[in-house]
Ligand binder design. Structure first.
Ligand SMILES: Cc1cc2nc3c(=O)[nH]c(=O)nc-3n(C[C@H](O)[C@H](O)[C@H](O)COP(=O)(O)OP(=O)(O)OC[C@H]3O[C@@H](n4cnc5c(N)ncnc54)[C@H](O)[C@@H]3O)c2cc1C
Length: 327
């Protein structure tokens, strides 16, 4: 039987969107291959999550252990090594997220299974898989294949790259897999979740986000955009370089290593649209991009685009809003 295993990702009692995305694509692949779809759920007291996953797979492989309460690359690697060695799935799907990027390479190396990372497309082809990955900061989609012929493969899939397609529910069964974990050899330990500092605005709750990128050039230019945000009743957000330069706090960062936001309106100003950023904001209702480069990838996800120098256009928009408010 050709089995595909999706490794469920969850945090603080909630399954992450990438899990549903992988299950959706995994189901299409397994149906095409005449195989079965399983989802591996590692955690402590996560039966409620197993129940939620049941309709999306043929089986939920539930591994519960006190040591799995929080994500830890060491425990994940040990448990998944055991599971994959026993079940020999044709394909293991892992999210290309902070955690997936952390454990997938060492897991694949340990098991000597070829791994393709950060895929935005995957199709079954001649007993192997044809993959799509992006290169040159998302400007080119490259068709890639595994050098080594199976029988087992592993992929990490980019979060937000695969749509969640609603299908007839499956009657997945929950299979409890005993954990063979011991404390022996565990060097890493979870300490705490870092909460946003008091007083910081939670950008995930805002309806309107005005996000700035490296195009803003200097911290002293931020008030220009802050005034625009205030006039629109919006909140400031940003890309990673703005945080790296300490122009705005980490809590404002949108993207794979920042926050995932779904505001009604997202205005990206001077942001190129690297996939790490886009993954965090592509779920916004309406995306408006301002960039002086007409080839910037952000225009590929924006519904409205303005090709212009932000220092010229932002004051014009601000003025227009002021006039509209007066009238
Ligand atoms: C592991 C990892 C995780 C990452 N996580 C994140 C993340 O969570 N979030 C994130 O954002 N990035 C993240 N990155 C970084 C990401 O790859 C990009 O480098 C980053 O998003 C680029 O930010 P930017 O668009 O602001 O800057 P740039 O790519 O430098 O783009 C600046 C844009 O501004 C435009 N511009 C310049 N001047 C003007 C002007 N006067 N008027 C109008 N437009 C102008 C330019 O045309 C350009 O498109 C991550 C990278 C790695 C490796």
């Amino acid at each position: 039987m050709k089995e595909i295993i999706v490794v469920a990702e969850h945090r603080r009692g909630e399954l992450r969107d990438v899990t549903w995305e992988m299950l959706s694509r995994g189901r299409e692949l397994s149906e095409g291959l005449g195989g079965e779809l399983s989802v591996a759920l590692l955690g402590k007291d996560v039966k409620n999550l197993a129940e939620a996953l049941k309709p999306k797979a043929n089986r939920v492989l539930l591994i519960e252990d006190n040591r799995l309460e929080f994500y830890n690359s060491e425990t994940y690697e040990k448990v998944l090594t055991q599971l994959i060695t026993e079940r020999k799935p044709m394909l293991t799907m892992i999210g290309h997220t902070a955690t997936g990027m952390d454990f997938a390479p060492s897991l694949a190396a340990h098991l000597k299974i070829p791994l393709a990372t950060d895929c935005i497309g995957i199709d079954a082809k001649d007993e192997t898989f044809a993959l799509t990955r992006q290169i040159y900061g998302g400007k080119i989609n490259a068709a890639v294949s595994f050098l080594k012929k199976g029988p087992q493969y592993m992929v990490t899939l980019r979060a937000g790259a695969f749509p969640v397609i609603e299908k007839e529910p499956l009657s997945g069964e929950i299979v409890s897999v005993p954990s063979l974990l011991t404390d022996e050899g565990l060097a890493r330990r979870f300490l705490e979740y870092m909460e946003a500092a008091a007083g910081e605005v939670d950008i995930t709750q805002a309806d309107i986000l005005i996000a700035i990128g490296r195009g803003i050039k200097d911290a002293e230019n931020i008030p220009l955009v802050k005034e625009l945000a205030d006039s629109m009743g919006g909140v400031l957000a940003c890309s990673r370089p703005v945080v790296d330069k300490k122009w705005l706090p980490k809590g404002c960062q949108v993207g794979t290593s920042g926050k995932t936001v779904k505001p009604k309106i997202y205005v990206a100003i001077g942001i190129s649209g690297a996939f790490q950023h886009v993954a965090g904001m592509k779920g916004a209702g309406t995306i408006i991009a301002i960039n002086k480069d007409p080839k910037a990838p952000i225009f590929g996800v924006a519904q409205y685009g303005i090709v212009a120098d932000l220092f010229k256009i932002v004051p014009v928009i601000k003025e227009k809003i002021k006039q509209l408010k007066k009238s």
